[in-house]
Design a protein around this ligand. Sequence first.
Ligand code: ADP
Ligand code: ASP
Ligand code: MG
Length: 413
Amino acid sequence: MKILVQKFGGTSVENAEKMRRAAKRAIEAAKKGFGVVIVASARGQQTDVLVADAYELNPNPPKREMDQLLSTGEIQSVSLLAMALDSMGYKAISFTGAQIRMLTDSVHTKARIKSIDAERIHKQLNEGKIVVVAGFQGIDENENITTLGRGGSDTTAVALAAALGAKECEIYTDVDGVYTSDPRIFKKAVKLDQISYDEMLEMASLGAGVMHPRAVEFGKKYDVTIHVRSSSEQVDGTLIIHEVPQMEGLLVSGATIQKDLAKIGLLGIENVPGNAAKVFAHLAKHKVVVNDIIQTEVNPDKANLSFMINVSDLESAKQAIEEIKNEVNFENIFIREDIAEVSVVGVGMRTHYGVAEKMFGALADAKVNIDSITTSEIRISCAVDKDQAEKALEAVCMAFELDRPAKLRNKNS
Ligand code: ADP
Ligand code: ASP
Ligand code: MG
């Protein structure tokens, strides 16, 4: 039996009407002969509501309890969807992450999937049922409920597709595909027909919230085509695949903005072997994900070390640094939360020059000051003041003509 995994995000299951629409999509696929597995997110803003409930009672909620609480949002969705399917005359069964042994590590609130027991799902599919699985949640080896990080239902879906041997995973959402930039912020963004896993992974990691980065990693690793599409309109969306034929001379495929960042700087840190290793080992011990590390030598004895983290990790990072401060001997620490990052992404950068110049020029023309710059083979990121970030994104998008379909752009855009 050919298997299709269909994932419905929060807005796509937010009320009874949308649930019925999602159920109809699954039935259409079942009628075509697919074994259908639905993965659902919590309804509407339910996860945000639960987070707010937690913080009302405790400013520092234990992460295990947070996961236990947040997992309930998805469980509501899947049982309701199974009821909707039943009312439409289709046999369906819903499962929590634990029930299909979605085994993860024990890093609460950002766990990583280790294995999935596909047997229970196969058995139900073979009995002719549509299987509805709760996204975003798993279970660790001690039976504690874990969650995969905000937006993690995408990862449940693609990981399930891989485990079940499905060739494609459909991601139904409130946009009709992946755009050159977030269409809610850059209104003139255009939809991409296709994007490579590498570019999508980079964009997702840099703030394109339309896909969870780990989902793209799974897709690439296990060869699952990801189809991002609209849950309300019957139109083709964007395919995330291995190789997209490159338009000659096209440098940049998309631009992103990340606002939930904080920057930490350790000034005048002792310039001796092992200090950076100590700082980052300690941050890792506290499960803090670090990006954009910059170290510069001030004089032979002192260096400045700065890095970016997600603002949700700020408390853990502060604690890690407090514990290590007497060992690494820095003179001053600064923490900025008023910072954002604007990035451009494109595999074309591997072989072409001029991207940096164009990006910095666009920001200069828009009178946006660049705080720091980081690059990889296929991206350039500039940290800017948060209140200038949207203006910066717009300027960069216009400079690279991300308001126009690729074939209409000037060469070297
Ligand atoms: P869901 O609840 O369905 O998972 P999300 O809110 O997680 O939906 O993701 C969809 C949103 O992602 C869109 O509404 C859009 O604002 C945002 N987004 C950010 N970057 C992009 C992009 N490059 N292309 C499309 N959407 C994007
Ligand atoms: N409900 C979770 C969230 O809001 C997971 C998801 O939607 O993918 O982050
Ligand atoms: Mg999402």
